[in-house]
Design a protein around this ligand. Structure first.
Ligand code: SIN
Length: 284
């Protein structure tokens, strides 16, 4: 089945889309780099497709680094990566992750949740593929929230969780956030960075967190991409988590551009969380 992208106010439909699974992912059929770089309507359509489907696959584009950055700008404003991350030697706005340098991302995560402000999206290009293996998986955290029971949704309302990467990289986010562009609720805890749910007895908090981390990565919410060199995949970093499989021999090199984001606000009707701090808990 193919579907046309729908864009309010757009008169052209210059890209064709094909869903990749029941709950997440869409492919741009016959993706044409020139169109994706130069046709404003096509660029708005892929951005809309990312908001609607969370992950957009564009096969065989082989962009130069400059074209990679320009393509990424269809989804937002490219931002400088964190200082400690490995960079492209000539284009430091591009992260280069090389398995030969020890890079691994084989745990489910949303990028940067240990900061108050997280990237809105990411655009990843496969530069050196190991041939077999090295797939990436994404999961739809809106679908994961949707499928929780009403009782669990009520229990999570106004809860916050601590996210941490190290002593200088900590942030508190609501457990259920509202997508800044679509307003949809997102289950916002991940395996690498979320340390615990706050203001609950530790045993209860850990039991609920363990359940949520299992639930959010149920196969029904996921898409798995088998890469060919030159493929580009864009994803919404707020509504998804991803996991790179390190099941291969040989080298795997990917390059990533992040797009500027913002703080994640709670998905609930009341502006205050009722604990007297105006909705912003201190890090415990
Ligand atoms: C990432 O974690 O941003 C990159 C995922 C991958 O290496 O496939």
């Amino acid at each position: 089945m193919t579907s046309r992208a729908h864009i309010t106010g757009s008169t052209t439909t210059s890209i064709r889309l094909r869903p990749l699974s029941g709950r997440i992912g869409v492919e741009v059929l016959d993706a044409d780099l020139e169109v994706l770089l130069e046709d404003g309507a096509a660029r708005r359509e892929v951005h809309r497709a990312m908001l609607d489907h969370h992950v957009v696959v564009m096969r065989g584009l082989h962009p130069t680094p400059e074209q990679h950055i320009a393509l990424a700008s269809a989804f937002g404003d490219p931002i400088q990566p964190e200082e400690h991350l490995p960079k492209h030697p000539d284009h430091p706005i591009i992260c280069r992750f090389d398995s030969a340098g020890g890079y691994k991302a084989d745990k489910w995560h949303t990028d940067g949740t240990f900061r108050d402000v997280i990237p809105s999206a990411a655009v990843l290009c496969m530069r050196t593929s190991p041939g077999t293996g090295g797939d990436t998986m994404w999961t739809n955290c809106c679908a994961a929230y949707e499928d929780l029971s009403n009782g669990m949704k009520a229990l999570l309302e106004r809860r916050k969780a601590l996210h941490e990467q190290g002593p200088d990289a900590k942030a508190v986010h609501p457990v259920v956030v509202a997508h800044p562009e679509t307003g949809h609720p997102i289950l916002f805890v991940n395996d690498i960075f979320t340390r615990g749910i706050m203001n609950l007895p530790p045993e209860e908090g850990q039991a609920i967190l363990s359940f949520l981390l299992r639930h959010v990565t149920r196969p029904e919410f996921t898409y798995r991409h088998s890469w060919t060199e030159g493929d580009v995949v864009a994803w919404d970093n707020r509504s998804t988590q991803h996991y790179a499989l390190f099941d291969f021999e040989g080298q795997r090199v990917v390059e990533r551009v992040h797009l500027t984001g913002g703080p994640m606000e709670a998905h609930c009707t009341s502006a205050d969380d009722g604990d007297g701090d105006g909705g912003r808990d201190a890090i415990a």
